[in-house]
Design a binder for this molecule. Structure first.
Ligand SMILES: Nc1ncnc2c1ncn2[C@@H]1O[C@H](COP(=O)(O)OP(=O)(O)O)[C@@H](O)[C@H]1O
Ligand SMILES: O=P(O)(O)OC[C@H]1O[C@](O)(CO)[C@@H](O)[C@@H]1O
Ligand SMILES: [Mg+2]
Length: 505
């Protein structure tokens, strides 16, 4: 047990203090709506459906204005169609019910210009419970600031005043910066709170539901676990991209940082109104990473995946970007979806259906090898796992395993603190995570991975280190959005700190 008490955790955090990182590309405001029980679920749709419980079951809402009421038959139809973009309230309700039935994380794009008037009106009237910083860059920057990293260079194309002020420089020194270009083509780092531009604020709507049951179409639906559905905005002028004038300074910036976390590619569209295409942006994204690495070949880059509804774009992210990054972070659904996009639909189905760890490992190995990644980190509700190639020298490899385990242990402490408290405000808060027990399958999972690591049977795991730590699962989480980002950044930065400080891996 690497962390016996808060002091051990604090010591670990000290290792991170000499790390500098680049983060790109997505930050937004998350508007959170909590759905804690059956009553709150029905209340969501009251504007459209009056006595919602009754009406969502019997469709007896005749006394409501035709233009407003929810068409239950259409909702049922959409549950079959499984819309991958949301334009109507019926599509939204269908995907929300399916998400709640599965208890799995879901993100769906919402194109504001295309919304039906009824859905638009409903969204405008919806009262959210709170607003928080969102997006991988937003969530990770604020976490790493508290962990006192030396420098966090956070780049996001849209930086309104509201958004820039949601970055919290809470470390022992100002450490979150925005890269700004000079006339000479260099990058200077500006305190992100003072770097805002005249941009719009990107707002995502997050529906955070708890465990409860409700009735729809006269059937009882049990929500197996608290989770979230994200309606992600896709503003036309959000281009996942570093402008040319800033690009010229990237190689010099790369020299002064240790690592980077890139994410946000899920916002890239196939076609833009000015004729630009997905390919244009993926090629630029590859250039950015190559430039960052050009004068610092040791720079480690982690790509944090997200839910991508369009299979073609999902495949592009993998094919363009996995070849140039070192580490990949993703949840169980995301690895399954990737496998489906790159030709392993049977394995993908198995993972989605049975959540068996052996299948997840098999899938991770395929991705690791096909794209020559150094490491994959998978987070699921019950465990967090690193998979990477072994070092030949056994003594060194044993140290590596111990270090990787420590990084994952740290990550579970971060996640359970955030799940329990909703946010992490200081290193002291991590006591809450440390006091959260591992989930009930902890020993079972550890034994299973022990056996897999020992096995020499037909599936050979001999060349790989499979390092697993069970999650410290919070029963009644305050919120769940961003827990994966928290896990991935905590684990990756710890890994990089070990590389930098111990020189052993
Ligand atoms: N109640 C909880 N307590 C502790 N950890 C949790 C809880 N719920 C989810 N997690 C962790 O958070 C991860 C969610 O990651 P992910 O799906 O990538 O979400 P996001 O993209 O919103 O950050 C899960 O895989 C699990 O490891
Ligand atoms: O796809 P987008 O719009 O960048 O949003 C990503 C979403 O994922 C999260 O970063 C959580 O992983 C949310 O905070 C955010 O709403
Ligand atoms: Mg995630």
């Amino acid at each position: 047990m690497p962390f016996k008490n808060l002091n051990d955790v604090k010591k670990h955090c000290e290792n991170l203090e000499n790390i500098s990182i680049f983060l790109g590309y997505n930050a937004n405001v998350d508007a959170l709506k909590y759905i804690s029980n059956e009553k709150e679920f029905y209340e969501l749709f009251e504007l459209l459906n009056g006595d919602c419980k009754k009406n969502l079951n019997k469709n007896l809402n005749e006394n409501l204005n035709e233009n407003l009421k929810i068409d239950i038959n259409k909702v049922i139809e959409n549950m079959e169609i499984y819309p991958r973009e949301i334009k109507t309230v019926e599509e939204f309700l269908a995907r929300l019910i399916l998400a709640m039935k599965s208890g799995k994380p879901v993100e769906i794009p919402l194109i504001s210009a295309d919304l039906s008037p009824k859905f638009k009106k409903w969204l405008e009237n919806l009262k959210f419970n709170e607003e928080r910083i969102g997006g991988q860059v937003g969530i990770i920057a604020n976490l790493l600031s508290i962990l006192n990293l030396d420098k966090i260079v956070a780049y996001t194309p849209l930086l309104s005043q509201k958004q820039s002020e949601m970055f919290e420089n809470k470390g022992s020194h100002t450490n979150i910066y925005y890269p700004v270009s000079t006339n000479e083509g260099d990058i200077v780092l500006k305190n992100i709170n003072k770097a805002h531009k005249n941009d719009e604020t990107k707002i995502n709507r997050i529906f955070e539901y708890k465990e409860f049951s409700f009735e729809f179409d006269n059937k009882k639906i049990e929500v197996p676990r608290a989770n979230r559905l994200i309606l992600a905005s896709r503003p036309e002028n959000l281009r996942i991209n570093i402008p040319d004038e800033t690009k010229t300074g990237l190689s010099e910036l790369g020299k002064n940082i240790d690592c980077a976390i890139v994410s946000g590619y899920q916002s890239i569209k196939e076609q833009y109104s000015d004729g630009k295409t997905d390919e244009y942006y993926f090629k630029r994204a590859v250039e950015d990473i190559n430039l960052l690495k050009s004068k610092n070949p040791n720079l480690k880059v982690h790509l944090e995946f997200a839910s991508v509804q369009n299979p073609k774009l999902r495949k592009q992210i993998v094919e363009y970007l996995y070849s140039v990054v070192d580490c990949a972070g993703l949840d169980e659904t995301e690895i399954a979806n990737i496998l489906n996009s790159v030709g392993y639909s049977e394995l993908s189905e198995k993972i989605l259906k049975n959540s068996k760890i052996e299948d997840v490992i098999e899938g991770s190995k395929i991705v690791l090898e096909n794209y020559n990644l150094e490491m994959i980190q998978i987070h699921t509700i019950y465990y967090i796992m690193f998979i990477c190639k072994k070092i030949e020298d056994k003594a060194k490899n044993d140290i590596k395993i111990a270090q990787l385990k420590k990084s994952l242990e740290f990550a579970t402490i971060l996640a359970s603190t955030k799940a329990k408290n909703g946010l992490i405000t200081s290193i002291e808060d991590l006591k809450m995570g440390l006091e959260t027990p591992y989930n009930q399958y902890g020993d079972l999972l550890r034994n299973l991975v022990y056996k897999i690591n020992e096995s020499t049977s037909e599936i050979t795991y001999n060349d790989y280190n499979i390092v697993l730590v069970p999650s410290r699962l919070v029963n009644n989480p305050k919120s769940t959005v961003g827990l994966g980002d928290t896990i991935s950044s905590g684990a990756f930065v710890s890994y990089v700190a070990d590389l930098k400080n111990n020189n052993i891996l």
